[in-house]
Design a binder for this molecule. Structure first.
Ligand SMILES: *Cc1c(COP(=O)(O)O)cnc(C)c1O
Length: 459
């Protein structure tokens, strides 16, 4: 009997050309880009794994929804379509549209966070941390220690360490802790899921100390898929049932719809409490737009509503997670050090184990990301010292435990052949890794979220 290979739960109706380049072209382009991969033009990249954010392919149904968009300033039918989809999938009765995830953070945090506050959680996403620190508050990472060992097998490496969390909650007054943020899946620790069991424990502590829980929910559907596969209690539940169960423990959510809702732009805030919704509405009107569009076109709200349904279908998620695992396993089989288990949306290379000879002051993960681009036109992103930024107090570089190169897989966009192509190039770099001895130094950096605009020079 043949082993039946995995096949996608969709077929292709429209294509977009991409062009291969030569090594010498890429060497020139990356230098001109000041060795910052964000500065490359997309046509200088062959397989673009920079991010899975807003880079997915919309379905025929989403495109049809675009034609039905209602562009009324107030009370558009598209708003109500989206409101219903959000209520059905998350259970939150109140919602505010925003133009993307960080805008949702900006609005909600303007309502809730003041200087001196403390916001514990699992590893905060970079824009989340940026919005916290911009308000002179502190994000405290309470992720389980297992998350920081890339070789250790653990089904829920995104989990919050409840002892670390309780320490923060018990040693600070509740007024200083406006929320606990649980990021599902935990992006910064490698696209790793959080279990319902863990969410329940955090919820118990939150109740005990009178602190609200907010989910940073960009990849909630992938989180639900992992729960279905790895948490016995939920093996026979649908993805939507699991999502409802997850959200039932939260007081609110911020969402970057560019991830699991499979749209190119958009975000929202979901809330349970009417008073908080009213306060947040003031900031939404100031920063984003009137409460029934908040920075989104009617057609985009329609596509988002449809994307929420498609993104929570089991077959779609199975296709997606299997493709990411396919890519990760090609690298593992060649002994390339990747974060294990393979995460939901991306494969993460452990750059310290790939290039142990490069000093951390020379940005190990960035050095590797540049090599992968020069080798094969593959664009990945550094999740290491450059992204970790400087300590807001001391202005010293923060050296995180993990130096990762993230290769995020856009949804429904590349075939397995593209990923096979990328893996072969990465393995070639692995085989010549000893030749890479030095990294880069910073020539220019912005005072916050420097990784987007940093300029580097070769050492
Ligand atoms: C992408 C993302 C954000 C920010 O959303 P944008 O849409 O990029 O502004 C926040 N949190 C998490 C976990 C994310 O993945």
């Amino acid at each position: 009997m043949m082993n039946i290979p995995f096949a996608e739960s969709y077929k292709i109706k429209m294509v977009e050309s991409i062009r291969r380049s030569t090594r010498s072209e890429r060497e020139k382009w990356i230098k001109e880009a000041n060795y910052n991969l964000f500065n490359l033009r997309s046509d200088q990249v062959f397989v673009d794994l920079l991010t899975d954010s807003g880079t997915g392919a919309m379905s025929d149904r989403q495109w049809s929804e675009m034609m039905l968009g209602d562009e009324s300033y107030a009370g558009a039918s598209s708003f109500y379509k989206l409101k219903n989809a959000i209520a059905e999938i998350t259970g939150f009765p109140y919602f505010l549209p925003t133009h993307q995830g960080r805008a949702a953070e900006n609005v909600l945090f303007s309502t809730l966070i003041k200087a001196g506050d403390i916001i514990p959680g699992n590893s905060h996403f970079d824009t989340t941390k940026g919005h916290i620190e911009f308000r002179k508050a502190t994000a405290v990472d309470c992720t389980i220690d297992e998350a920081f060992n890339t070789t250790l097998d653990h089904p829920f490496k995104g989990n919050v360490d409840v002892q670390k969390l309780e320490k923060v909650l018990s040693s600070n007054p509740a007024e200083k802790i406006p929320m606990i943020i649980i990021t599902i899946t935990c992006n910064s620790s490698g696209g790793q899921p959080v279990s319902i069991e863990n969410i329940r424990q955090v919820s118990g502590l939150a109740k005990k100390y009178g602190v609200r829980i907010i989910f940073d929910s960009a990849r909630f559907a992938e989180n639900a898929y992992f729960i279905k596969l790895r948490e016995k209690e939920f093996a026979n539940h649908s993805i939507r049932e699991i999502a409802r169960e997850m959200f039932s423990y939260a007081d609110g959510m911020t969402m970057s719809s560019k991830k699991d809702a499979i749209v190119n732009m958009g975000g929202f805030i979901g809330l349970r409490d009417q008073a908080l919704f009213q306060q947040a509405s003031v900031y939404n009107i100031m920063f984003e737009g009137f409460v029934t569009y908040g920075g989104m076109s009617g057609r985009d709200m329609n596509a988002l509503a449809q994307g929420l349904y498609e993104g929570t279908e089991f077959d779609y998620l199975e296709t997606r997670i299997n493709q990411v695992a396919f890519f990760g396993n090609l690298l593992r089989e060649a002994c390339v050090p990747v974060q294990f288990p393979i995460g939901g949306h991306a494969v993460f290379i452990d750059a310290k184990r790939f290039l142990p000879q490069v000093p951390k002051e020379q940005f190990i993960a960035q050095t590797l990301a540049i090599e992968l681009y020069i080798e094969g036109g593959i664009r990945a992103v550094e999740i290491g010292t450059i992204m970790a930024d400087r300590d807001p107090e001391t202005r010293e570089n923060r050296y995180p435990d993990l130096e990762l190169v993230r290769m995020a897989i856009p949804r429904r966009t590349y075939t397995n052949n593209h990923l096979h192509f990328a893996a072969a190039h990465i393995i070639n770099v692995w085989e010549r890794r000893n030749e890479i001895k030095t990294g880069y130094s910073i020539r220019y950096e912005a005072p916050i979220m420097r990784h987007f605009t940093v300029e580097l020079e070769k050492n």
